[in-house]
Design a protein around this ligand. Structure first.
Ligand code: MN
Length: 304
């Protein structure tokens, strides 16, 4: 088994030519992988998906050490000057968990489920940090709601893995958002989740991919959401109904999880859907949403 990437915090750079390529976050600034690899004539993966599928994390680690050792400021970019691209563009699978926090299940009047309720998003939903989510017109949907979620990124194929081995298949974590149109999600009595949760741009992920070794225990991370600066969700993954290892093991019973696959692990309490009906003021164009998870950063996007 190849070694997974370690000690890496990565972002996606939306280049002027339209390419979405990797950046490595260091204390000295962001190493632009494309230009640094060419500068040092080193081989390096240009996307996170290539890194994960081809096991090329060590090449990025080597490039980072080379850039840091060179002590040449021109090799580093200021993070504030970077337009973020999508961290992921073509995962084979995006598996989402419907209800996975005890207090969220309670606020929407649901019993904690016996097994993780699963649904999926398509890759069209993936969106970058710092971008805008274009809302569909009112004749399509009006009840927009936030769901900040911890996203696990698979690093090696996982088929029928035990809970004990499950986390060894996770390469790292990101902040993600399961943006939702509740009127579409609940258009049918049995639910219409795929429609309500997978419109174009309904899955922003970022700003960083953080390798698992830097995150430690995924079941003990503070998680929060702000809307226009107001705190709306504030919880901790310790409220998970199914801890991360159980989720990966359970999902791997049914599908082979592949490098680059994403697992959205559910959202904590505080969503608009959980408010009494007369107090539900749905999100609207112009709103700015910030999703934060301890050790993973702040994912920011605006609605238009
Ligand atoms: Mn969700």
């Amino acid at each position: 088994m190849g070694r997974l990437a370690e000690r890496l915090t990565l972002l996606s750079i939306h280049q002027d030519d339209g390419a979405e390529t990797l950046g490595i976050r260091t204390p000295q600034g962001i190493v632009d992988v494309r230009s640094a690899a060419s500068h040092f004539s080193l081989s390096a993966p240009q996307s996170l998906e290539s890194m994960l599928r081809e096991g090329r994390g060590p090449e990025l680690e080597a490039l980072m050490h080379r850039a840091l050792a060179a002590g040449d400021a021109s090799l580093f970019r200021h993070e504030a000057s970077i337009r973020h691209g999508r961290l992921f563009t073509r995962p084979e699978k995006i598996v989402c968990v419907g209800l996975n926090y005890r207090r969220h299940a309670a606020e929407v009047g649901a019993q904690p489920p016996r097994v993780p309720p699963l649904f999926s998003k398509f890759a069209n939903a993936l969106a970058p940090h710092g971008g805008t989510v274009v809302l569909p017109p009112p004749e399509i949907a009006t009840q927009f709601d936030y769901e900040t979620e911890l996203v696990a990124v698979i690093g090696r194929p996982a088929r029928n893995v035990s809970e004990h081995d499950a986390l060894a298949h996770v390469a790292g974590y990101c902040v993600g958002h399961d943006f939702s149109a509740r009127d579409l999600q609940m258009e049918l009595p049995s639910g219409q989740w795929l429609v309500g949760k997978s419109l174009d741009g309904f899955a922003p992920v970022g700003p960083y991919f953080v390798s698992a070794d830097l995150v430690g225990d995924p079941d003990r991370l503070a998680i929060s959401t702000r809307v226009n600066g107001e705190l709306r969700q504030s919880s901790n993954t310790s409220d998970f109904i199914f801890p991360m290892a159980q989720l990966v093991a359970y999902i791997s019973r049914y599908w082979t999880l592949m490098p680059g696959d994403l697992i959205f692990t559910g959202t904590p309490e505080g969503v608009i859907l959980g408010y009494p009906e007369e107090q539900r003021h749905w999100l609207k164009a112009g709103d700015e949403i910030v999703s934060s998870i301890e050790k993973l950063g702040d994912l920011r996007f605006r609605l238009c």
